[in-house]
Design a binder for this molecule. Structure first.
Ligand code: ADP
Ligand code: ZN
Ligand code: ZN
Length: 731
């Protein structure tokens, strides 16, 4: 807020700066400038300048004005951040125990976006001017320019099929003049009634439910629909409604690799592409989208979790697709759940939020049961195709021979599927060739020097890679401990190793690995997803990336190589996550035409998760899981927050973690567990200890944590304390 001091005729303002401090700082407003809460400014901070925003709350008038620094720049071409967005930033900071400035930093990510886009040079016809001599090339240029609009030189030379020198010649003769034109042409708007599919009766009912939710102000709706039921088609109608009401819409997806298919489907429905926002877009596009969202030119954004912090001018709908997905949780810097914060943003601005999934999170399921969220169910596939038939392969009795990973039963099924010209998907949530490499002679195991993790062999890249810190080394010729040559063996499979086995067995089949870390990055992945979609591969080997939302019409068989992989963790969500992942991935089979089959290779055929998957009794699984959480007081019935202490010295970090635990205020409502050495005991050279607090749902855990950490022993140099409210994993 502003404060006018009549004595000094100087104005001061609170400015939130993008650093980890608890509140806004006070700055002088330069004479002749005016700011309001939300105005974006540049201010000096220590030795540098940073971008911040004028914030609500009184500036500190007690500071000697001579000691105050001045705002160095006011960005007045960008609209101020509106009150709802400021409240949202404060809310997220308060919930995550993060610094509000660090949350604001997620809003002001692109400094370039604050500058108006530089115009580009163009040429325009000068009325009635004629060249001294007409040539066919000149004729083509003038004919192309008949509409009277300005063209860029390169656009014009391309359209008229002439070289740049022809255009330069016409400029010299004063037939064309150089003008400046906006760098990006205005964006075409989505057309509400461009091409609406005729919906099935169940879909119509669901879309009507969504449209009604716009009049309820801040309501949340969960669409629980089986894979292929048309959830996307249904929420497109909600987007149409938001557009009809003059509002912007945001769709959050958990995985960039999903956007390509989504963009095409959106274009088929609305006639234009939506704007994209994720880590892979170019800086230029990033700035354009940011500006367009703020000005209102961009009407629909499809993005990763960070798009939640875009400065929408009139946001009126958020959709979180695959809402159960762990990718919506950010773990570093400000740990937040984009799904939960989307609900908060809708609540603050009183607009509807839609969560969609075939396997909702237990939290959302309970919220729907308790009536906090409306529930819309789509129990059948749009095509009418039945869900795939699933069966377990008991690896204790029906497993493959040593050194092989595909059981004979699965191999037979792949053979049959291939013979019919259909696609198979082999799913293994492990990148690389093998998760562990050891020396046959001395037993040496390759471990990361900076993390407590094995190095994973990536055979295509001829490297051993740490999946936690990215450290890699060349695969050596001899064992580094005993110097034996040809003594290294790969233990266990990754997708590359499965692909090798498949190529061995099916040399005639076209095989493809879909994994996020292969050379070529997201572009290659997009291409390959499209190849699979169009039937250009027979056998696909993929990591969890393929489990998410894709529509592969020719996919008939899904084989899960290791169904037990996720169950081993001591993580309270292990059962839920495994169920979701395997239900999603097997749901890829027979989506359009039916007749899909799924095989789960397992050593635990009696595990409740495996049994629930086989019996397709989703409801029984959820009821059992919900009951178990209720009894244990786990989310959503209780609340969890993790406190992670890390430091370069092991004994010092442990000592501090113990002292911190001892300093916790006694409160009967709170159970404090730990400190315990983290499962990932070292990451990037830092030793890690975890504490976990548990409390009933109604308990204000944030206040407790704030009080505790604010009054406990301060972490000295090198130590770091990170709070993770609602942790999603416990590594
Ligand atoms: P979900 O998101 O529930 O997995 P999708 O919306 O992706 O389902 O739909 C699955 C497939 O069925 C898509 O190819 C989609 O175009 C098609 N589809 C869904 N509903 C209809 C409909 N009413 N008419 C025609 N095709 C539909
Ligand atoms: Zn050795
Ligand atoms: Zn590492």
């Amino acid at each position: 807020m502003l404060f006018d001091d009549p004595e000094f005729h100087e104005t001061i303002a609170s400015v939130l700066v993008p650093v980890a401090v608890p509140k806004a700082y006070t700055y002088k407003v330069p004479a002749g400038q005016s700011v309001v809460p939300g105005t974006i400014v540049k201010v000096p901070l220590g030795p540098r300048e940073v971008i911040g925003a004028v914030w609500d709350g009184e500036p500190d008038a007690a500071i000697n004005p001579n000691k105050l620094k001045s705002i160095s720049r006011v960005y007045d071409t960008t609209p101020p951040l509106d009150e709802d967005l400021r409240r949202f930033v404060d809310w997220v900071a308060n919930w995550t125990l993060g610094a509000p400035g660090m949350v604001l930093r997620m809003v002001l990510r692109s400094e370039e976006a604050l500058e108006p886009e530089a115009p580009v040079a163009g040429v325009r016809r000068i009325e009635d001017a004629e060249p001294d001599r007409m040539t066919p090339a000149r004729g083509r240029v003038l004919a192309t320019m008949e509409d009277g609009f300005a063209w860029t030189k390169s656009g014009l030379s391309h359209a008229a099929g002439v070289s740049a020198s022809v255009i330069d010649g016409l400029i010299k003769q004063n037939v064309l003049e150089v003008v400046s034109m906006p760098a990006s042409p205005p964006l075409p708007k989505p057309q509400i009634d461009y091409a609406q599919k005729s919906l099935t009766p169940a879909q119509t009912a669901a879309s009507e439910g969504l449209i009604e939710s716009f009049d309820k102000g801040g309501s949340v709706t969960l669409i629980d629909g089986v894979t292929g039921s048309g959830k996307t088609e249904v929420y497109f109608e909600a987007i149409a409604e938001a557009l009809r009401r003059g509002r912007q819409a945001l769709v959050l997806l958990p995985e960039i690799a999903l956007t390509e298919q989504f963009l095409r489907r959106f274009e088929q429905r609305f006639g234009v592409f939506p704007a994209e926002w994720h880590s892979e877009i170019t800086p230029k596009n990033r700035s354009r989208v940011w500006r367009g969202v703020a000005s209102g030119d961009v009407r629909v954004v499809i993005g990763a979790r960070s798009s939640l912090f875009l400065p929408f001018r009139e946001l009126g709908l958020i959709i979180v697709d695959e809402e159960h997905d762990a990718a919506f949780k950010q773990d570093d810097r400000v740990p937040y759940s984009a799904r939960d914060m989307a609900v908060v943003r809708g609540h603050i601005s009183r607009f509807p939020v839609i969560l969609a999934s075939a396997t909702p999170s237990v939290e959302s399921h309970v919220n729907a049961e308790l009536g906090r969220y409306s529930l819309l169910e789509l129990p059948e596939r749009a095509s009418g195709a039945e869900l795939p038939e699933l069966q377990a392969i008991d690896m204790r009795h029906e497993g493959p021979e040593r050194g092989r990973w595909l059981a004979p039963g699965l191999v037979t099924a792949i053979k049959e599927t291939f013979a019919q010209g259909d696609q198979s998907l082999l799913f293994l949530n492990r990148r690389g060739y093998a998760p562990l490499t050891l020396c046959r002679t001395c037993g040496h195991r390759f471990q990361c020097a900076h993390c407590s993790a094995w190095l994973v062999e990536h055979r295509f890249q001829k490297k051993l890679v740490c999946h936690h810190c990215g450290h890699f080394e060349k695969v050596p010729d001899a064992c580094p401990t005993c110097q034996s040559a040809n003594s290294l063996v790969a233990c266990g499979p990754g997708v590359e190793r499965i692909a090798e086995e498949v190529s061995d067995m099916f040399p005639q089949a076209r095989t493809l690995i879909l994994s996020s870390d292969l050379p070529g990055g997201p572009e290659r992945l997009k291409r390959e997803m499209k190849i699979v979609e169009e039937g250009g591969a027979d056998i696909v080997i993929g990591t969890q990336l393929v489990a998410k939302g894709h529509n592969f019409p020719k996919m008939k068989l899904v084989g899960v190589i290791d169904a037990d992989l996720g169950l081993a963790h001591g993580d309270p969500r292990a059962a839920e996550k495994t169920f979701q992942l395997l239900a999603q991935v097997t749901g890829r089979a027979g989506r359009v035409t039916g007749g899909g089959r799924g095989f789960l290779q397992t050593y635990n055929a009696d595990h409740p998760v495996i049994k629930a998957l086989l019996s397709s009794n989703k409801n029984a699984f959820y009821q059992a899981e919900i009951e178990a959480r209720r009894v244990a007081g786990l989310p959503p019935f209780g609340r969890l927050a993790a406190v992670i202490v890390s430091g370069p010295d092991k004994a010092f970090a442990e000592h501090y973690a113990r002292a911190l635990a001892r300093s916790a205020p006694a409160d009967q409502a709170v159970t404090l567990l730990g400190p315990a050495e983290a499962a990932l005991a070292m990451v990037r050279g830092r030793y890690r200890y975890r504490l976990l607090t548990m409390a009933p749902r109604q308990f204000d855990l944030q206040s407790f944590l704030r009080h505790w950490l604010g009054n406990g022993p301060k972490p000295s140099k090198g130590l770091r304390v990170q709070v993770d409210v609602d942790p999603q994993h416990f590594l």
